[in-house]
Design a binder for this molecule. Structure first.
Ligand code: SF4
Length: 415
């Protein structure tokens, strides 16, 4: 999304009329920005390309260009398989793509984007690429090694976003906690957070994709001290069994994960911990699934997402035998999520009668959909508000929780 917004910003600055597909723009050229890290994402990308090619064949489009991770990873195969696409670009070929539009890459635009999110929130990509070698992961193949943006660049980008009306930024990267090691020779996420939290008008700063090994605990001191840094951490753990963690090359064992979670909760009491897991990695047995379920029951994470393992060529896990059948992977994912569902419901029930500050995202079917500081966009819970008084998207309100469901809450505005 951020890459598409950067491309749109560059095209716009070159005088080209550009918009996200959700906009009402009348268009004759389409750029499909693809994902390619797991099977489901690849399938969705290919289907989208085929849909656009069909429109071109019907005479409704003049050109179809494809960029992004799928194109970076499989360009040669795809060129042969879908010759109707006019040009393919990799993940680092923005200037080349602009040439296709007779447009120039404008360096001075650094950090300026045409946002496709609602006005009040935006993603801030603090680095690109990853130096880790997690055995299941194809991302470094497509995105290269870790390159951090400087603190100055990011503060300037955040300041521009605030000037455009953004109140909440979500920090993203392939690996957030590696930030700074390349350019400052030290982990500098805590420093970056201090500078960002000083940006006037930034109400919420949220951290996603924090790789757990060698997690810089000083980040949590800043989180505790600065009110505009959400007490929220998205930390992908992938698994808990030592067998699986080792095979996944996660550079961390079970005890270290338990210790880290305890340390995080000690430093920021009440922090909302989100994680993602993988079900059905090669060699995963019933006992590993049980171990993962017990872990969830014990540590009671606040939010959990789960992927089924995707056997990706050119990753080191590809040398293992993908021995868990697809339907078994799905069944395990569901079984694990059922454990979390119960935990999520209980945690939501604890919120009944309490008042939370929320930001309203939108109005849908006569109700307002909002989020607390403990909920990120799209992946987490929503607070559903029915209000006679009109509420504004992007505004903060205090809401008393009146109903709790598995994943969502209902509430009413209080003064
Ligand atoms: S840290 Fe994340 S992006 Fe990097 S290799 Fe591991 S899973 Fe992939």
């Amino acid at each position: 999304m951020v890459d598409s917004e950067v491309l749109s910003g560059q095209l716009h600055a070159n005088g080209i009329n550009v918009g996200h597909e959700s906009s009402k723009l009348d268009y004759n050229i389409v750029v499909v920005n693809t994902c390619g890290f797991i099977d489901k994402a690849k399938e969705e990308s290919v289907n989208t390309i085929l849909d656009q090619v069909a429109l071109k064949q019907d005479g409704k489009l003049d050109k179809v260009y494809v960029t992004g991770c799928l194109s970076e990873r499989y360009r040669n195969d795809l060129m042969n398989e879908i010759p109707e696409v006019d040009a393919w670009f990799g993940t680092m070929e923005l200037p080349l793509m602009l040439k296709q539009f007779n447009a120039d890459f404008k360096k001075e635009l650094l950090g300026e984007r045409l946002l496709s999110t609602p006005k009040h929130y935006a993603y801030l990509k603090i680095s690109e690429g990853c130096n880790r070698t997690c055995s299941f992961c194809a991302i470094p193949l497509m995105r290269g090694g870790h390159v951090s943006k400087t603190i100055e660049e990011l503060v300037s980008e955040a300041t521009k976003l605030v000037a455009m009306g953004v109140k909440e930024i979500m920090l993203i990267a392939q690996e957030l906690t590696y930030y700074g090691l390349d350019i400052y020779k030290k982990r500098a996420l805590a420093d970056l957070l201090k500078y960002l939290s000083d940006v006037e008008g930034l109400h919420w700063i949220r951290l996603h994709y924090a790789y757990p090994s060698k997690f810089p605990l000083d980040v949590l001191d800043v989180m505790r001290e600065r009110p505009n840094i959400c007490n929220y951490l998205d930390m992908p753990l992938q698994h808990i069994s030592n067998d699986m963690l080792l095979a996944m090359k996660r550079q961390m064992d079970k005890q270290e994960i338990y210790d880290l979670i305890a340390a995080i909760r000690d430093k920021v009491p009440g922090i909302c911990l989100r994680s993602t897991l993988i079900a059905g990695f090669p060699g995963e047995k019933r006992e590993h699934v049980e171990e993962l379920k017990s872990f969830l029951e014990e540590v009671r994470l606040d939010r959990v997402g789960i992927f089924t393992y995707s056997h990706e060529e050119n990753t080191s896990a590809h040398e293992l035998i993908d021995d868990v059948p697809a339907d078994e992977k799905e069944a395990r994912a569901q079984e694990i999520m059922e454990v979390q569902q119960e935990i999520s419901l209980e945690k939501n029930q604890d919120k009944l009668g309490k008042v939370f500050k929320v930001i309203v995202d939108k109005k849908e079917a006569g109700r307002y959909l909002a989020r607390t500081e403990f909920d990120s966009v799209e992946v987490d819970n929503e607070v559903i508000i029915t209000s006679k008084k009109a509420l504004k998207a992007g505004e903060f309100y205090n809401v008393k929780i009146t109903k709790a469901f598995d994943y969502d809450l209902e509430g009413e505005v209080v003064e």
